[in-house]
Design a protein. Structure first.
Length: 331
């Protein structure tokens, strides 16, 4: 099967984990930032998380370098454009990109400038390529909570016009959901959709809580519902979509290897699974690669692929018009 040519949908892709190494070098030069090296291969190596990470914590150390050049409006706009451009060039028809707004304020940008920049880059790519997109706001679980409502208020300028959802990301401690209830509620009241990273590193109970306490409609990863019957059943009965990211899950040791990834078992049991990149650079991957890996490892058919493609359409935080458009590529 030609995986490159297949129409694809990526619902879980981080902006700062998907920066081209070449762009790091170019932006560092423009911004007078000294990099550990100016050699493209050295930068690439520094950005890609090894297969031998001990856990998610080690994986998350790869984001400091890209974030260092994502502190200007022009840098963020360029990176946003390029992520959509790279995806469009491998036939990704719809892409939801997430980012941590508060990670881009280190050199004086305002939240509004950050939102203007990501959305402008995406819209520039939408105008040039056959791709549609939306942004998701990732709140980092370890950061102070005092500006979360301000993030949601300021981003509302683009609500359903470029920015669509609320997410929690970063390291995953057991029981993290309880302290975010008022923020998720505030987001829902304002009209944001909700997806939460849960059951990636931590326990299945986090997935149960993300759905029941935070109103998550989708779960980032969700692997660990395997060991938690109540979480598994809740995902299944509530029709919650799992955003699986196979390469990332192997790197962070969420699964031991691809063969032991539960994605096929979930699919066969009627769980709403989707296939996504997580981080195109940090996980050294593309949608073509993720689809190929899953299809080949688990012997899935073209019909299976389009079933999964349709699950992605159903659970996308996109307008009806965009979903209708995406359906025209389905078989
Ligand atoms: O897979 C992930 N799990 C949890 N957090 C993640 C993952 N990939 C990236 N992040 C974090 C690091 C980034 O700086 C942040 C915003 O994109 O989200
Ligand atoms: Zn993620």
């Amino acid at each position: 099967m030609n995986y490159f040519d297949l129409p694809k949908i990526d619902l879980h892709c981080h902006l700062d984990g998907s920066v081209r190494p070449e762009t790091i070098i170019a932006l560092a030069a423009e911004q007078n930032i000294t990099l550990p090296s100016n050699d493209i291969e050295a930068i690439r190596t520094l950005m890609i998380a090894p297969e031998t990470c001990t856990d998610l914590g080690e994986y998350l150390q790869r984001f400091d370098l890209p974030l260092s050049v994502m502190q200007t409006a022009a840098g963020i706009e360029r990176i946003s454009f390029e992520v959509f451009e790279d995806a469009a060039k491998e036939n990704v028809k719809y892409l939801e990109v997430r980012f941590g707004p508060m990670l881009h304020l280190e050199q004086g940008l305002t939240l509004e400038q950050v939102f203007d920049s990501v959305v402008a880059g995406m819209k520039r790519a939408e105008a040039m390529y056959d791709i549609k997109g939306n942004y998701i706001l990732s709140i980092l679980r370890h950061m102070p909570k005092d500006r979360i409502k301000e993030v949601l208020d300021t981003a509302a300028k683009y609500l359903n016009d470029g920015i669509v959802a609320f997410d929690l990301a970063g390291g995953e401690a057991p029981g993290f959901c309880a302290e975010f209830v008022p923020y998720a509620q505030y987001a829902i009241e304002k009209g944001y959709r909700v997806t939460i990273h849960a059951g990636e590193q931590g326990v299945g109970q986090n997935v149960f809580d993300a759905i029941s306490l935070l109103g998550a409609e989708r779960i980032g990863h969700g692997i660990h519902i395997t060991g938690h019957e109540a979480a598994y059943n809740l995902v299944k009965t509530q029709n919650i979509a799992l955003e699986t990211c196979p390469s990332s899950n192997v790197q962070t040791k969420a699964v031991e290897n691809l063969a032991s990834h539960p994605v096929k078992a979930f699919y066969q049991d009627g769980i709403q699974i989707t296939i996504n990149t997580d981080n195109r650079t940090v996980s050294n991957t593309t949608m073509t690669d993720e689809v190929r890996k899953v299809m080949e490892e688990f012997n899935l058919s073209r019909e299976d692929y389009f079933n999964i493609y349709k699950i992605s359409i159903e659970h996308a935080f996109a307008s009806d018009a965009v979903k209708q458009y995406l359906s025209t590529f389905a078989e």
